[in-house]
Design a protein around this ligand. Structure first.
Ligand code: NDP
Ligand code: F7E
Length: 324
């Protein structure tokens, strides 16, 4: 089984590769194909076509994307929509052209309307306006779902889409401005403890709620969905052969999240909220009952996951942490 993992140096692609390598170690006949963005620019149609025709993988896992937190999405909307649309079109179409029948792509919970009923079920897609801070990224992710659906309907492929909630864990991006909230807070609280600072600034009001899933759970869920029997997957995703939510099923306020990170890092000072920064969606809890019915639920709790991520963070040299 030749599997191409696009985005293997990223947080999720890296975790998926670790799990596939463990399967190889356990005797499964898996050949893993990977390329960095410097070796293969997935926004370049000709490069992707040549690569797919040369490699002709049995399966493709698309975990490569332009990814970032609320301020990165708000600051670079053109890159978020353009790069993600190009990556999806190139990888999905060229996989089809090279005879790949099985593909799994990752979307995001931001595909759902800003004020979607909570928890958000898969059929909330396209029922209302999106959150403005990440609308361009969300539109690209919705296009990814529709590409897979359309190729399945017209060409009989088996292209599946998983929609992750907010993710965190080893291999995350620790850029102070462009990252997601959890790595940003780990970095900021860690530095505050080191410097003996009396306060730490948290963006926004602290009131938005977010659901977090550890990346090792996300990787396990991705492989679980990829391996599901075709009949079972199609029965669950009928009538459009569409997407499946992946989450932990519980959420916390950003204030509560900051308090957990403070505890884990040993910070005992004050939390200060910076209302000049956007809150984003008020809440985006996933309805994960479809995935639970299929037999998968998350296993890494938030406190445990943050503590493990902080241990991992401490084990890295400052130069080896990703920050882009
Ligand atoms: N992190 C999160 O909280 C969430 C992530 N997701 C989705 O999960 C998936 C994985 O995200 P995550 O692992 O966090 O992202 P990362 O930013 O950690 O990794 C993304 C990877 O994509 C690759 N990539 C980006 N652009 C290109 C390109 N033009 N050509 C080739 N490769 C490229 C990069 O490769 P290289 O390192 O070689 O440059 C990078 O390693 C994405 O689809 C994302 O949208 C969904 C919800 C939440
Ligand atoms: C996964 C998801 O991620 C993005 O959406 P988001 O959920 O809003 O992501 P976020 O992690 O950046 O913020 C979550 C909340 O946390 C608050 N917050 C506090 N302090 C910091 C802080 O220091 N950094 C960040 N980034 N946020 C902070 C912040 O103000 C917001 O209220 C999408 O654009 C899109 O990429 C997407 O799919």
């Amino acid at each position: 089984m030749k599997i191409y993992v696009a985005g293997h140096r990223g947080m999720v692609g890296g975790a998926i590769c670790r799990q596939l390598k463990a399967r190889q170690g356990a005797g499964e006949a898996i050949e893993l194909i990977t390329r960095t963005s410097a070796e293969l620019d997935l926004t370049d149609q000709a490069q992707v076509a040549e690569f797919m025709q040369a490699e002709r993988p049995d399966r493709v896992i698309l975990a490569a994307a332009k990814v970032g937190g609320i301020v990165a999405n708000n600051s670079y909307p053109a890159q978020f929509i353009y790069e993600n649309l190009m990556i999806e079109c190139n990888v999905i179409h060229q996989a089809y052209a090279a005879g790949v029948t099985k593909l799994l792509q990752l979307g995001s919970s931001c595909i759902y309307p800003k004020l979607a009923e909570q928890p958000m079920a898969e059929d909330a897609l396209l029922t209302g306006p999106l959150e403005p801070t990440n609308e361009p990224y969300a539109i690209a992710k919705i296009a990814g779902i529709k590409l897979c659906e359309s190729y399945n309907r017209q060409y009989g492929t088996d292209y599946r889409s998983v929609m992750p909630t907010n993710l965190y864990g080893p291999g995350d991006n620790f850029h102070p401005k462009n990252s997601h909230v959890l790595p940003a807070l780990i970095l900021r609280f860690h530095r505050a403890v080191q410097e003996g600072a009396k306060e730490v600034v948290i963006w926004g009001s602290g009131k938005p709620m977010r659901e977090f899933l550890h990346v090792d759970d996300m990787a396990a869920a991705s492989l679980f969905v990829m391996d599901l029997d075709e009949g079972i997957y199609q029965r669950e995703t009928q009538p459009m052969l569409s997407h499946i939510n992946v989450g932990s099923g519980t959420d916390v306020t950003i204030r509560d999240l900051a308090q957990i990170v403070a505890r884990v890092t040993g910070f005992t000072g004050q939390l200060v909220f910076d209302s000049s920064k956007p809150d984003g969606a008020p809440r985006k809890l996933m309805d994960v009952s479809r995935l639970a019915r299929l037999g998968w639920t998350a296993s890494i709790g938030l406190d445990q996951g943050i503590a493990g991520t902080y241990d991992w963070f401490l084990s890295q040299s400052p130069d080896s942490l990703r920050a882009k």
